[in-house]
Design a protein around this ligand. Structure first.
Ligand code: NAP
Length: 293
């Protein structure tokens, strides 16, 4: 299948291009310089030049805190651009796979959240991403909306790279322990996205690393799996105030994906170890078990 990936230099975009190539799709990688998704002329030129059967939109405004003071700019990228892209894809009978986020939910759930749970974003970022979903659903009949969470991969920026940098300082890490989610390696997500290119009906899919943890749990795993010896101190959200409010619980049930008969994504810990291996930071004790990452 001929697949055009937008935002191809990002965490998810770069891994999706890589994964699609591995399973035999013809992957066309468009970076922001090659295709600016806020520019209708640039988008239609890319669609008409390459004539893809599927577009995977990995381009977005992803700076969650910065969106609080720049909601209009975030909406241009996360809501208006996907709307225009959805119309352009629909007019050409192209399947549009669009990536969204767990931050469309308000964190009041206590068990994994199904695809049809009512969204209620707490942040500007979440509001703009929800508006993007709604536009894609309304304007492109052959759409696949994929919500993921706590993504790490490529050259970031992401939580894992931040922790690796802080570990170098040797000071205790003080990390929030009262937000729960499912960390997801972009490599595992990218592989699943390339399945949804030609598998499954249109609709909304939750795709996340299996299992769940807190930011403190993830930081502790990073320390352990790199073989570092740094203390990881649990703190409440109140001790690490951020501009945007995050959901306290945003584990997504991957129900629609499982209903296709697809296996669950590997665990977040497996994804973490694969990523650390890629970065050359996996503890030597763990390397033998990961020879083929
Ligand atoms: N990161 C997370 O934890 C997380 C969690 C849940 C869902 N998501 C969603 O997953 C998707 C991918 O996120 P990510 O983590 O891979 O983000 P990312 O690494 O920040 O990548 C976003 C990409 O979008 C590109 N971009 C920005 N403006 C653009 C424009 N006008 N036209 C074309 N491309 C543009 C960026 O290009 P440059 O490289 O040139 O800046 C970047 O490569 C997004 O929809 C995001 O909302 C992310």
């Amino acid at each position: 299948v001929k697949v055009l990936v937008l935002g191809a230099s990002g965490q998810v975009g770069s891994e999706t291009v890589r994964a699609g190539g591995l399973i035999g799709h013809e992957m066309l990688a468009a970076t922001q310089e090659m295709c600016d998704i806020t520019d209708a002329g640039s988008v239609t030129a890319a669609l008409d030049a390459h004539r893809p059967q599927v577009v995977i939109n990995c381009a977005a405004w992803t700076a969650v805190d910065a969106a609080e003071d720049n909601e209009e700019a975030a909406a241009a990228l996360n809501a208006e651009a996907p709307a225009m892209l959805a119309s352009a894809c629909a007019a050409r009978h192209i399947r549009l796979c669009h990536i969204s986020t767990d931050y469309v939910f308000d964190g009041s759930a206590t068990t994994p959240i199904p695809e049809d749970a009512p969204p209620n974003p707490l942040s500007a970022y979440g509001r703009t991403k929800l508006a993007g979903e709604q536009a894609v659903r309304a304007l492109c009949p052959d759409h696949v909306i994929v919500r993921s969470s706590w993504i790490f991969g490529g050259h970031g920026p992401n939580f894992v790279l931040t922790m690796l940098r802080l570990i170098e300082d040797g000071d205790p890490l003080r990390v929030v322990a009262d937000q729960r989610g499912a960390p997801t390696w972009a490599g595992h997500l990218g592989l699943a996205l390339t399945r949804l290119v030609n598998v499954g009906p249109p609709g909304t899919y939750h795709l996340t690393g299996a299992g769940e943890t807190t930011w403190h749990g993830l930081a502790s795993a990073i320390v352990e799996d790199t073989g570092a010896s740094v203390e990881v101190v649990p703190i409440p959200t109140g001790e690490f105030p951020t501009k945007a409010i995050r959901p306290r619980y945003s584990v997504l049930a991957n129900s629609a994906w499982r209903a296709l008969g697809e296996p669950p994504l590997p665990t977040w810990r497996d994804g973490l170890q694969a990523y650390l291996h890629r970065l050359g930071r996996l503890s030597p004790a763990l390397i033998p078990s990961r020879a083929d990452d």
